[in-house]
Design a protein around this ligand. Sequence first.
Ligand SMILES: Nc1nc2c(ncn2[C@@H]2O[C@H](COP(=O)(O)OP(=O)(O)OP(=O)(O)O)[C@@H](O)[C@H]2O)c(=O)[nH]1
Ligand SMILES: [Mg+2]
Length: 330
Amino acid sequence: MRLKSFYAKSIPEAMRMVRLSLGGDAIIVATREEDGGVRVTAAIEEEESGRSPSARGGRTRAPPPPEDTIDVAQEVTDALHRHGTPAAIAEKMVNAIVGLDTDDPVKALGAALNSVFGFHPLGEGRFERPLMLVGPPGVGKTLAVAKLAARAVFGNRSIGIITTDTVRAGGVEQLAAFTRLMKLRLFTVEDPAALADAIDVNQGAEQIVIDSAGRNPFNTEDMAELRRLLAANPVEPVLVLPAGIDAAEATEMSTLFRGMGVRRILVTRLDLTRRLGSMLAAVYESHLDFSDMSNTPRVANGLTPLDSDTLARLMMPSPERPPRKTGSHS
Ligand SMILES: Nc1nc2c(ncn2[C@@H]2O[C@H](COP(=O)(O)OP(=O)(O)OP(=O)(O)O)[C@@H](O)[C@H]2O)c(=O)[nH]1
Ligand SMILES: [Mg+2]
């Protein structure tokens, strides 16, 4: 007799995993609630060859997927659970990889992420449109602008930096300190027309990046002001949001910013966050694509283009490869 336990958010989901793993002859020997989900332990008689009876001929049942695949699916399920991923999203992801031919759980998680999420990094070449980093106050917009500026300067690409954050005391000075250091000119604008002029002046640059004032997505005046800035200019607004905030809040915020034309999200503070489920929920529910991620307060090499494999490695760090340590500002 062989015993195996399965964790899932619901009994039907756990039963589906039991069937996939052990076939229809498995007997449930225990179920118990655990961490808001359920752990089901199932048993199966094994023949001398070590194969389960369901693997015998005589009955018309689809053969269960290879053992490795199921163990991998189980590891991915466990990882998604550890990250607090909502059950519906986790189930969709795990369903996408049942039958995938790999025994590497990180690769499987990458495939699962890729099947459900879009990845569209900001890129290093010429930007199609000027990027305006938008989001609630204090999420890391200005630091991300500085990081993009550093990335362009180190890569010998021309970049124009503009700030519209003239509202907050010190908003301009914070970015000016970075641009001075990098010997870049900072354009400060106060209204939509001035932004159009500043974009025009920088038209020759390969990239144009615009910092914006923090906007409370639940404040209609704040959002109306942002809408006016965006409507008058051909810029792409990119949402900046930290990982680790409550899933429902993050989802509501992302959805409101999507309503302003946002299609990509830049996720910050990944060095300060161990559970990424709320971020997955927000991005899934608001139909945004992942772009880059920030996992350090340092400016140099501070942004990483996000693809499904990079995100999977972040979610399932191997013991040999712990997450990168962070330091102080540079
Ligand atoms: N550890 C860490 N700190 C970060 C990261 N991104 C931003 N920060 C810190 O978060 C704080 C706020 O960053 P800002 O770039 O000023 O945020 P902002 O969105 O421009 O803020 P407002 O302009 O006030 O709306 C700063 O102390 C940053 O150093 C990150 O990825 N990791
Ligand atoms: Mg700022």
